[in-house]
Design a protein around this ligand. Structure first.
Ligand SMILES: [Zn+2]
Ligand SMILES: [Zn+2]
Length: 788
């Protein structure tokens, strides 16, 4: 996390004054310093510098006292920050000079009673090198043990029920350590000293394989061999992982992948693929050094990469990511994954979330048997309970930076560090791609990705996440911030909580505030919020907004021209409706024949997706046609007009396929700007008219897609320039799902910088609605600060 390393730089410990005879110093270290091998590290460090003293866990971190030659003490303190154990995250090192006095030896003092909830909790971390070496060492007692871990790796967040972080507060409580494991656990110099998930083949969790009729067909080593053979022959296997179940299938087997698609009722949304090693990924995808670093980082996220046009053989089945030039790939991150690839004939596995279409990822064995019944042919179970559900994280490198698209395993519950301390506030998040956020001092804790709050299962997961985070972080929020939309399940949940004051925040205001929070900006900024939809303060649906935002509120400076959305939310799933709305807005006559002509012009000879007459009646009578300034719907309309997509199977599909279709072209469709005293109105109609003209003339779709994107970038640039000039503000913050469009993001950011603006985009949290909870919490906190 970028802000953590900055923290470390900013907060280098002040060097204690050198004393002639010797120095004695009390050191307090804050951050993720418990449960990550920190005390053994300090013990060894003190030995290296020949210092005496002690170390213990304290209420808010680790406390150390050392005495010895002044120079050695200084070097010792410097090394704490410069070479901490891999999983430690140091936020602050404070030193207090004490009167010099000799101490005897160096001790690790046990002080569990003093552990408290104000420490940070580590996310789950991929298997470390040392554990991997042991895993494949036939002489090691954990040879092929699918749950090998140590203080430098393994499960954390997903197994912690409560804190202090100790074995009896985790889902490892039921496993009694054998004598040998116990010895490691108690030895301060062992890599497994106080490694809470510690265990071995004898005393740790076990795996077994069941068929769909609940018969156990193999266990332990045999279960691994059998699973690999079944995967190779095309079976769909549900595999219990770290934060939930995966559905796995051989990625090079088209029939098997198609079977998974139809059983999971997931028609076209891309699946992620796990490869055994980087070299294997390189055979299929283009890979730069930032992407390599991300793939091999301890968080092991899914990274979206460009596929190589000359992809290797055997080919990845087309149905893995239909019509997509990119592929989401990741590396094994648990010992079980590594074992599944050991000597396996396949070199690529689809590993997708184990759930039914829109529900949360399944996390317990009983649920898997019932809810994945009919999808999986076999189940590879284990008996270590998952307490906190956590999906795989998804990221992408844009403009040289990693940009998260889904922040979950490997990142949650690490905080985003705020510029200043704030009161404790709960942000209840957006309706889609929901996360929640709790603030504590300078820390803003975002939950893992929770999902779309459209069903009770997800709502339950939302409630569970809030209660859990409040408990383990010991945060009692003093305010709940929710979305302006009264019907969202989370808004209703917030309004039902009688115990706390509430505050409603507009969706796009929260988007821009999220950028301000994570980038440490104090207002005012110009905000460009571009996404699908959010409830506006005027009762219409916003989604292409230019705002002025400061610490106290926002002002709407401008927006895209509004169009009607026939059928409201239905139009999101059926872009042809928005297409008709644009055609009708540009000229209400002969819409039907112009639409028919476009369907021909698109070349595909596609039939219309629905009854055009009914939609036109709805438009002219304004029946169930909310107004919107949405940028996402503009992309939908463009994709439909080009014949790329009339109906979508997942959110954002039309825009994604329009971006994928781009062929290099420098041309652009010119948009208009109508500026009045109180509004910068972006007129996208001329862009759409020019696009229609090119479709009619039979210009190739790839070039139309490029010209459309270039036109939108051009008009946004001009609008931003006017906003900057009017307000005298030269900082611009970018947020919203549209910024996940790489073509648009990279070019617009570059152009805005060229214009002399300071550009701020998301780098720690997703630009999509997952960032809303952070923005909400930050706005609520600013309001509370202003009132007191
Ligand atoms: Zn390890
Ligand atoms: Zn053991």
């Amino acid at each position: 996390m970028t802000s953590l390393s900055e923290e470390t730089r900013l907060l280098q410990p002040p060097c204690p004054q050198a004393a002639e005879t010797g120095s004695r110093v009390l050191v307090k270290v804050r951050g993720i310093v418990q449960g990550v091998g920190f005390r053994p590290f300090i013990y060894q460090l003190a030995g290296r510098f020949g210092l005496n003293g002690w170390v213990r866990n304290q209420s808010d971190g680790v406390e150390i006292e050392v005495a010895g030659p002044a120079g050695s003490v200084r070097n010792f303190i410097g090394s704490i920050s410069s070479e901490p154990p891999p999983l430690a995250r140091i936020v602050k090192v404070e030193t207090t000079e004490l009167p010099y006095q000799d101490l005897e030896g160096f001790r690790i003092i046990s002080s569990r009673a003093l552990q408290s909830r104000s420490t940070l909790i580590s996310p789950d971390v991929c298997t470390c090198r040392d554990c991997l070496r042991e895993l494949f060492d036939s002489q090691d007692r954990r040879f092929r043990h699918p749950f090998i871990n140590c203080t430098n790796c393994g499960p954390r967040y997903t197994i912690i029920k409560d804190i202090p972080y100790d074995r009896d507060k985790t889902t490892m409580a039921q496993f009694k350590m054998c004598a040998e494991c116990r010895r490691e656990y108690d030895d301060p110099l062992d890599r497994r000293f106080h490694a809470q998930p510690n265990g071995c083949r004898e005393c740790g969790p076990q795996i077994w394989l069941e068929d769909a009729q609940r018969n156990i067909i193999a266990s332990r080593d045999e279960a691994l061999v059998k699973t690999a053979a079944l995967l190779d022959s095309g079976s769909i296997i549900s595999i219990k992982g770290l934060g939930g179940f995966h559905l796995a299938v051989k990625a090079t087997d088209p029939a098997a992948v198609s079977r998974l698609r139809s059983r999971k009722i997931r028609e076209e949304k891309p699946f992620a693929v796990m490869f055994p090693e980087l070299e294997e990924i390189r055979r299929y995808c283009c890979l730069n050094s930032e992407e390599e670093d991300l793939l091999t980082s301890p968080a092991r996220p899914i990274v979206v990469l460009a596929r190589r046009p000359d992809g290797a053989s055997p080919v990845i089945a087309d149905s893995v990511a239909p019509k997509n030039r990119n592929l989401g790939v990741f590396l094994p991150y648990t010992p079980l994954h590594f074992l599944l690839f050991e000597n396996a004939p396949y070199r690529a596995l689809v590993m997708t979330s184990g759930n039914q279409s829109d529900e949360p990822i399944v996390m317990n064995n009983a649920d898997a048997r019932s809810r994945l019944n009919g999808i999986a042919d076999y189940f590879l179970f284990h008996d270590r309970e998952i307490y906190m559900r956590c999906d795989d994280s998804v990221t992408r490198v844009l403009g040289g930076y990693a940009r998260p698209m889904r922040r979950a395993r490997g990142y949650a519950p690490l905080p985003v560090f705020l510029r200043d301390p704030v009161p404790s506030v709960l942000g209840a998040g957006a309706e889609l791609k929901n996360t929640v956020c709790l603030t504590r001092g300078r820390e803003a804790f975002l939950s893992q990705h929770i999902g779309d709050l459209e069903n009770l299962e997800t709502l339950r997961s939302f409630e569970h996440s809030i209660a859990h985070l409040e408990r383990i972080l010991e945060i009692e929020p003093r305010l709940i911030v929710h979305d302006l939309h009264p019907d969202y399940l989370n808004t209703q949940w917030a309004l039902k909580r009688q115990d706390l004051p509430k505050m409603a925040v507009q969706h796009h205001h929260a988007h821009i505030a999220a950028v301000m929070a994570e980038r440490g900006l104090e207002g005012p900024v110009i905000g460009l919020a571009l996404d699908g939809s959010g409830f506006g303060t005027d009762g219409t649906i916003w989604g292409g907004e230019i705002l002025r935002v400061d610490n106290l509120g926002f002002e709407r400076l401008g927006h895209f021209r509004q169009v009607l959305l026939p059928g409201g939310a239905k139009a999101i799933k059926e872009p042809w409706r928005t297409e008709l709305s644009y055609l009708w807005s540009i000229g209400p006559d002969d819409v039907e024949s112009r639409y028919a002509e476009l369907l021909q012009g698109a070349g595909s000879g596609k039939r219309g997706a629905g009854d055009v007459k009914i939609i036109l009646q709805m438009l002219s009578r304004r029946l169930n046609c909310p107004e919107t300034s949405s940028c996402g719907r503009l992309f939908d309309a463009a994709a439909a007009l080009c014949g790329i997509r009339l109906c979508v199977n997942y959110e954002g599909q039309a825009a994604i396929e329009l971006e994928q279709a781009i062929e290099p072209d420098d041309g652009y469709y010119e948009g208009g700007l109508e500026t009045s005293r109180d509004c910068i109105l972006i007129d996208q109609f001329p862009i759409i008219e020019a696009l229609i003209e090119d479709v009619r003339r039979g210009v190739p779709v790839g070039r139309i897609a490029a010209r459309f994107h270039n036109g939108v970038i051009q008009i946004l640039r001009e609008a931003a320039a006017i906003a900057a000039e009017r307000t005298g503000i030269n900082r611009i913050a970018l947020s919203g799902g549209v910024f996940q469009n790489a073509y648009l993001s990279e070019r617009l950011e570059r152009d805005l910088v060229k214009m002399g603006l300071e550009v701020y985009a998301h780098i720690e949290v997703p630009a999509n609605d997952a960032c809303i909870s952070l923005g909400q919490a930050w706005i609520g906190a600013q309001k509370m600060l202003a009132e007191h």
